[in-house]
Design a protein around this ligand. Structure first.
Ligand code: FAD
Length: 453
């Protein structure tokens, strides 16, 4: 007995000493890292707390948005985009830029898209036998067997969905032979190495030619909307690049790049505000289309998964907390009251169509995929909110296609993810997250906060 207790006590004592030594070493290493790393001082604390009050042109405040996103929207959207219905996006990935010759600048294999093998996406998404448009020999550049391109298109699955074109976007969204299905889960939005003049040219064309930033004195909110939406989307893309960045190409080490996050987004309060604006704008579109989205057919041939899709959709659309705290995230009924309305709406629509066409000039396949999806999502939100209808009743005025709904929900999820990432990423001191070297112990500590993919 005595020996037993003595040995237990010895074990506890040894364990405690070990734990203390580990903690002391970890603190010492952290201290050294903090004081030897030569990155810019972190302004994260100020960055987080800068935003309060109502989001400009919207009807909810920043704090409420953060809370609702954290507690309600992000967890539900995360599950929803994983369902079979929302996982597969139909897209034309060919790069046939109508404005200039493609000067693709993407060098990383992470730039290329893994498309779906035939047996992977839902049967009901496919055309009946004999109508298959499968193209042989198209293999994903990553050479994974499951990455063979499947160009099969579906007629049956769209039976409950109207085939109508979206006046806000350039691509012909009706079925055609150039479309291919992509599994979005295999192609996360993240750093691809797409940079330099090619990428810059697209953003320049968007901001200078298609949605100029109006001076602060500009009174007309309609004119500002396009710029705010594009800037918010741009912020979200940058946040995703920073959240999932290739820190070390040789070791294929992925993690967070807080310097990039700070330099491209947090340093500019307007860009963060525009991210919140875009999120609320898209959320309002989803809520306005609630009846339509609730009754839509989510048919992938897997009844269990389809029921889950319907249930998650309903939870998002009618969530009690959302209805109480932020029932009308953005009030589109206040817009388009002035005399010049018809002309202005047409002009903005043309500008957005140009932006949509610019997506064919994006010289990196994966960026093009997410660019097209998110622009179609925004175009769908614009179509829902700016069609001629009552504030609360969409009636029969708006018909959505399956692909538009997939794009709309995936866009909302991406924006929700960005809003969640921003404060989350700032909890980790920037010089820790950015660092890719260090001692063995340090690497083990960092492995807890940096994920490897
Ligand atoms: C449609 C599209 C999708 C892309 N997707 C990806 C991707 O998935 N992964 C990837 O690694 N790269 C992607 N890129 C490239 C990426 O967006 C950047 O262009 C690239 O990383 C180079 O960044 P940069 O520092 O030159 O600044 P950029 O982000 O290219 O910005 C260019 C200029 O736009 C202005 N600007 C920047 N942010 C904002 C904002 N939020 N609001 C208003 N103005 C702003 C600034 O003046 C800035 O100098 C994409 C590009 C495009 C056009």
């Amino acid at each position: 007995m005595i020996t037993k207790y003595a040995s237990r006590g010895g074990f506890r004592w040894g364990w405690a000493v070990g734990a203390v030594i580990t903690i002391v070493v970890a603190v010492a290493v952290t201290f050294l890292q903090l004081h030897t790393h030569r990155s810019k001082p972190c302004n994260c604390a100020q960055d987080v707390n800068k935003y309060d009050g109502i989001v400009e042109h919207c009807c909810c405040d920043y704090e409420t948005v953060d809370r609702l996103n954290e507690e309600v929207l992000h967890p539900l959207l995360q599950e929803l985009v994983n369902t079979a219905f929302f996982r597969y996006f139909k897209v034309k990935l060919w790069c046939d830029c109508p404005f200039w010759l493609d000067d693709g600048m993407c060098h990383l294999r992470d730039c290329s898209v893994c498309e779906c093998p035939e047996n992977e996406f839902p049967e009901s998404f496919k055309k009946p036998p004999g109508h298959s448009l499968q193209v042989d020999g198209l293999v994903c550049q990553e050479r994974k067997p499951e990455a063979v391109v499947d160009h099969t298109l579906d007629a049956k699955s769209f039976r409950a969905w109207k085939v109508v074109d979206n006046p806000w976007t350039n691509d012909d969204e009706t079925d055609n032979e150039e479309m291919t299905y992509v599994n979005l889960q295999l192609n996360p939005e993240r750093y691809t190495g797409y940079t330099g003049p090619s990428a810059r040219r697209i953003w320049d064309a968007i901001y200078t030619e298609n949605c100029p930033k109006y001076p602060d004195g500009e009174f007309c909110p309609e004119k500002k909307i396009l710029y705010k939406l594009m800037s918010g989307l741009h912020s979200s893309i940058s946040v995703h690049i920073a959240a999932n960045y290739l820190l070390d190409e040789v070791r294929n080490l992925w993690g967070r790049n807080l310097t990039l996050l700070h330099d491209r987004v947090l340093r500019y309060p307007d860009r963060v505000k525009n991210l919140y604006f875009t999120f609320l704008f898209v959320l309002r579109a989803v809520m306005k289309a609630a009846d339509y989205l609730e009754q839509a057919e989510y048919d992938t041939g897997n009844p269990e998964d389809d029921l889950k899709t319907k249930s998650l959709m309903r939870q998002i659309l009618y969530h009690h907390k959302l209805q109480v705290a932020c029932p009308i995230p953005f009030d589109e009924a206040k817009l388009w009251k002035s005399q010049s309305e018809p002309g202005m709406k047409k002009q903005i629509q043309n500008q957005f169509r140009n932006i949509s066409a610019l997506m064919d000039c994006v010289g990196c396949e994966k960026c093009r995929l997410w660019g097209k999806l998110q622009i179609l999502g925004l175009g769908t939100a614009l179509k829902i909110l700016f069609s001629d209808n009552d504030r609360d009743d969409l009636g029969d005025t708006v018909q959505l296609q399956q692909n538009e709904v997939i794009a709309l929900i995936n866009l909302l999820h991406k924006l929700s993810e960005s809003i969640k990432f921003v404060p989350e990423m700032q909890v980790i001191p920037r010089h820790i997250a950015d660092s890719s070297g260090g001692s063995g112990l340090w690497r083990r500590i960092r492995a807890l906060i940096v994920k490897r993919t």
